[in-house]
Design a protein around this ligand. Sequence first.
Ligand SMILES: C[S@@+](CC[C@H](N)C(=O)[O-])C[C@H]1O[C@@H](n2cnc3c(N)ncnc32)[C@H](O)[C@@H]1O
Length: 216
Amino acid sequence: MQTPDMSHLTAADYDRVYEPAEDSFLLLDALEADLAWLRARGPQVALELGCGSGVVVTALAAALPTCLCFGSDLSANACRATWRTARRSGVTVLPVRCDLAQALEPRLAGRLDLLLFNPPYVVTDTEEVCSSGQLAASWAGGRRGREVTDRLLPQLPHLLAPGGLFYLVAIRENDVDDLERVMRRLGFGMTLVLSRRAGPEHLSVLRFERVPPDGD
Ligand SMILES: C[S@@+](CC[C@H](N)C(=O)[O-])C[C@H]1O[C@@H](n2cnc3c(N)ncnc32)[C@H](O)[C@@H]1O
């Protein structure tokens, strides 16, 4: 997968929008590792939650040219950056400013073949978790670094298409075993696609897919 040209974004942009970092690149690498398999599944609709600079969703749109790609972010600056990044790469991505998938849910529920999220995963006080688009919304994850992710998980059975896939970036402190348990209760199996140590962080990309109910 081609990493998009990001040279249109300046230090001033990165004062307001999350700059692509190890976690972004690990998610790109995980998608690349799955790419042949993803292409064979023929996804038609994809959404990246918290699209930030647009680096991930733009690469995805370039790699899957027949897939309609959306991004969402709390930050208007991030949505503008994503729009510019996609244009720079000559692909179409539709960024929408909203909390998680809220604004898209009425149209896209049950239709998402691919859902990606590199969430704010750093362990912080709950008060630091943001509901507006300031830069701290990129990293402040509250208790166990899970507060934003945990709001999303119960929505997944409703959002994803029957064969839909969900890719999530997590760190060790997010308790990957517990994420697996929660998702299992929601009817999804977990695969560890990639992990990497980046400074103090043990990063992983997890992929979730519906499992048939027991007995099938
Ligand atoms: C770690 S950054 C990832 C940015 C980009 N996807 C990447 O990988 O480089 C997390 C992004 O999620 C956004 N975000 C945080 N909470 C959100 C929410 N509740 N709904 C939508 N976006 C959110 C932040 O504004 C930020 O752009």
